[in-house]
Design a protein around this ligand. Structure first.
Ligand code: HEC
Ligand code: HEC
Ligand code: HEC
Ligand code: HEC
Ligand code: HEC
Ligand code: HEC
Ligand code: HEC
Ligand code: HEC
Ligand code: HEC
Ligand code: HEC
Length: 327
C-alpha cells in the first residue's frame, strides 16, 4: 500500500472520477434503490444481500460516499461500533466518519463491497495503522504527541494492541481490556511485582498504571508521567513529600523517591527497597560507631540493631523544624 492511500483526510485531486463514470454509478445506485422499494429490508449479513439499499447521497467527486452509504451494508458496525462511540463526533463535526479511517469508499461501493478496494486495518502494518490514528490524535492534545518515539512504538506495539474502534470491551477510551490486565498481557514480570504483599493497589483501581505511566510515551525514562510542578511522578499524589523543606533530606530531591522505595510492589512495608529500615539508611550513612562528630548519641552504635532509625528521625522526607528530621 502506498503512502498516499493510507493518509486519511487527504483529498488527492488526481483521484477524481470521470464525470461519465460518476453518472453511471449514480444510475446504478438509483436503480438498485428502486428495486429495493417494496421489498423487505434484509437484515442478513452484507454478503447475503444481493444488492443492498442505495446510499442516501450520491458520491462526492472526491471519492467519498459518506457514512450513511456505509450504513446501508454495514448496519451492525455502524450501530454498535460507531454511533455509540466517541468517533461519532466526527459526523457531528462535519467530517466524513467511516471514511476518515477507512479512506474514500467509492471504489469499494462500486465494486459491490469489494474488500480489496477499501482500507482494511488487518492488512496494514502496525506502524501504518498507528499513523492513521495519529493523523488526528498526535495533535489532539499532548497525550499522544510523543507516541512515535515511545518504547511501545519502537517495539512494534500500536494503537490497536490496546484500543479497538469497533470492538472495545470497556466503557471508556475504547480499550480492548481494562487495566491492569491489558498491560499484564505483555508485562508478566510487572504482574509478579504487583502480587507482592505491599503494593500500589492497581487491582482494585485505587491507582492505575496510567496514573504513573503514559502508555503513549512521555519525555522521560520508562514512559513516566511528570508531576506538573516538578520532576517526580510520585508527588502527583504524595504532595506532602514534595517540600520544599527548610531541611531537605538530600536523596529525596537528588536520587528521588525510588532510591528508597520501589514503585510497584515490595515484600517490605512502605514499599521500601530493603527489609529493614536501618539497612536502608546504612547504605548511605556509615555506621556511626566511630563517628567523629562529638555528641553523637551512643544508640547510633549498630551493636544495638533493634533501634529503628526512623523511631527518632521521623520526618525522613524532610523537615521544616529540625536538621536531623526529628519533627
Ligand atoms: C454495497 C454494499 C456495501 C457498501 C455500501 C459498503 N460496503 Fe463495505 N463491504 C461490503 C461487503 C459485501 C464486504 C465484504 C464482506 C465482509 O467482509 O463483510 C465489505 C467489506 C468491507 C470492509 C472489510 C471487512 C474486513 O473483513 O476486513 C471494510 C473495512 C468495509 N467494507 C468498509 C466500508 C465502508 C467504510 C463503507 C462506506 C464507505 C462501506 N464499506 C460500504 C459491502 C458494502
Ligand atoms: C477511528 C477509525 C475508524 C472509524 C471511524 C471506522 N472504522 Fe471501521 N475499522 C477500524 C479499525 C481499526 C478496524 C479493525 C478492527 C478493530 O480494531 O476494531 C476496523 C474494521 C472495520 C470492519 C471490519 C469488520 C469488523 O467489524 O472489524 C468494517 C466492516 C468496518 N471497519 C466498517 C466501518 C464502518 C461502516 C464505519 C462507519 C460506520 C467505520 N468502519 C468507521 C477503524 C475505524
Ligand atoms: C479523523 C480523525 C480521527 C482519526 C483518524 C481517529 N480518531 Fe480517534 N477520535 C477522534 C475524535 C474527534 C474523537 C472524539 C473525542 C473528542 O471529540 O474529544 C476520538 C476519540 C477517540 C478515543 C476515545 C477518547 C475518549 O476520550 O474516550 C480513542 C481511544 C481513539 N479516538 C482512538 C483512535 C484510534 C485507535 C484510531 C485509529 C484506528 C483513531 N482514534 C483514529 C478523531 C479521530
Ligand atoms: C499500551 C497500550 C496503549 C497503546 C499502544 C495506545 N493506547 Fe491509547 N490509551 C491507553 C490507555 C490505558 C488509555 C486510558 C488511560 C489514560 O491514558 O488515561 C488510553 C487513552 C487514550 C485516549 C483517550 C485519552 C486522552 O486523553 O487522549 C486516546 C484518544 C488514545 N488513547 C489514543 C491512542 C492512539 C491514537 C494510539 C496509537 C497512536 C494509542 N492510544 C495507543 C492505552 C494505549
Ligand atoms: C506508583 C507509580 C507507578 C505505577 C502505579 C506503575 N508504575 Fe511502572 N514504574 C514506575 C516507576 C517509577 C518505574 C521506574 C522504576 C525505577 O526507576 O526503578 C516503573 C517502571 C516500569 C517498567 C519498566 C521497568 C520494569 O520494571 O520492567 C514497566 C514495564 C512498568 N513500570 C509497567 C507498569 C505497569 C504495567 C503498571 C500497572 C500494572 C505499572 N507500571 C504501574 C511507576 C509506576
Ligand atoms: C502488546 C503488548 C503490550 C501491551 C498491551 C503493553 N505493553 Fe508496555 N511494552 C511492550 C513492549 C514490547 C515494550 C518494550 C520492551 C520493554 O521495555 O519491555 C513495552 C514497554 C513499556 C514501558 C517502558 C519500559 C521501559 O523500561 O522503558 C512501560 C512503562 C510500559 N510498557 C507500560 C505499559 C502499560 C502501562 C501498559 C498498559 C496500559 C502496557 N505497557 C501495555 C508491550 C506491551
Ligand atoms: C496516582 C496517585 C499515586 C501516585 C502517582 C503514587 N502513589 Fe503512592 N500511594 C497512592 C495511594 C492511593 C496509596 C495508598 C495505597 C493503599 O492504601 O493501598 C499509596 C501508597 C504508597 C506507599 C505506602 C504507604 C503506606 O502507608 O504503606 C508508599 C511508600 C508510596 N505510595 C510511595 C509512592 C512512590 C515512591 C511513588 C512514585 C513512584 C508513588 N507512591 C506514586 C497513590 C499514589
Ligand atoms: C532516604 C530514603 C527515602 C526517600 C528518598 C523517600 N522515602 Fe518515603 N519513606 C522512607 C522510609 C524509611 C519510610 C518509612 C517511614 C516509617 O516507617 O516511619 C517512608 C515512608 C513513605 C510513605 C508512607 C508513610 C508516610 O510517611 O506517608 C510514603 C507515602 C512515602 N514514603 C513516599 C515517598 C515519596 C513520594 C518520596 C519521594 C518524594 C519518598 N518517599 C522518598 C524513606 C524514603
Ligand atoms: C541514598 C542515600 C541515603 C539514604 C538511603 C539515606 N540517607 Fe540520610 N542523608 C543522605 C545524604 C546525602 C545526606 C546529606 C548529608 C550532608 O549534607 O552532609 C543525608 C542526611 C541525613 C541526616 C541529616 C544529617 C545532618 O548532618 O544534617 C539525617 C539525620 C539522615 N540523613 C538520616 C537518615 C536516615 C534515618 C535514613 C534511613 C531512613 C537515611 N538517612 C537514608 C543520604 C541518604
Ligand atoms: C533514639 C533516637 C535515635 C535513633 C534510633 C537514631 N538516631 Fe540518629 N540521631 C539522633 C540524635 C539525638 C542525633 C544527634 C542530634 C544532635 O547532634 O543534636 C542523631 C544524629 C544523626 C545523624 C547526623 C549526625 C551524624 O552522626 O552524622 C545521622 C546521619 C543519623 N543520626 C542517622 C541515624 C541512622 C542511620 C540511624 C539508624 C541506624 C539513627 N540515626 C538512629 C537520634 C537517633
Amino acid at each position: 500500500m502506498t503512502e498516499e492511500t493510507f493518509r486519511p483526510g487527504a483529498h488527492p485531486g488526481g483521484n477524481r472520477p470521470k464525470l461519465s463514470r460518476w453518472l453511471f454509478v449514480a444510475a446504478v445506485l438509483l436503480g438498485s434503490a428502486l428495486l429495493c422499494q417494496g421489498q423487505q429490508v434484509s437484515s442478513g449479513p452484507p454478503q447475503s444481500a444481493a444488492k443492498p439499499a442505495a446510499p442516501a447521497k450520491a458520491p462526492a467527486a472526491s471519492g467519498y460516499v459518506g457514512s450513511d452509504a456505509c450504513k446501508t451494508c454495514h448496519e451492525d458496525v455502524y450501530k454498535t461500533g460507531f454511533q455509540s462511540t466517541p468517533h461519532y463526533n466526527l459526523i457531528k463535526e462535519g467530517k466524513h466518519g467511516c471514511e476518515d479511517c477507512h479512506g474514500p469508499g467509492q471504489a469499494h461501493v462500486e465494486g459491490g463491497g469489494d474488500p480489496a478496494k477499501i482500507r482494511r486495518f488487518t492488512k496494514l502494518s502496525t506502524a501504518e495503522a498507528s499513523r492513521i490514528c495519529l493523523d488526528c490524535h498526535q495533535t489532539h492534545g499532548l497525550e499522544q504527541s510523543n507516541f512515535p518515539r515511545s518504547a511501545h512504538a519502537r517495539n512494534n506495539v500500536g494503537c490497536l494492541d490496546c484500543h479497538s474502534p469497533h470492538h472495545a470491551t470497556q466503557p471508556e477510551f475504547l480499550l480492548t481490556k481494562s487495566q491492569p490486565q491489558l498491560c499484564y498481557g505483555c508485562h508478566a514480570p510487572v504482574k509478579a511485582e504487583f502480587n507482592r504483599p505491599f503494593r500500589h493497589r492497581v487491582e482494585v483501581h485505587l491507582i492505575e498504571c496510567s496514573d504513573c505511566h503514559n502508555p503513549h510515551g512521555s519525555f522521560v525514562a520508562h514512559q513516566l508521567r511528570l508531576a506538573s510542578t516538578q520532576q517526580q511522578v510520585c508527588t502527583r499524589c504524595h504532595t506532602e513529600k514534595q517540600g520544599p523543606f527548610v531541611f531537605e533530606h538530600a536523596p529525596v530531591k537528588q536520587e528521588g523517591c525510588t532510591s528508597c522505595h520501589v514503585p510497584h510492589g515490595a515484600n517490605n512495608p512502605r514499599l521500601l527497597r530493603v527489609n529493614e529500615v536501618n539497612l536502608l539508611c546504612l547504605q548511605c550513612h556509615t555506621p556511626t560507631m566511630n563517628n567523629p562528630i562529638p555528641g553523637t548519641p551512643t544508640f547510633h552504635n549498630q551493636a544495638q540493631k533493634y533501634q529503628a532509625c526512623t523511631l527518632c528521625h521521623t520526618q525522613i522526607h524532610g523537615s521544616n523544624f529540625n536538621e536531623f528530621f526529628f519533627k
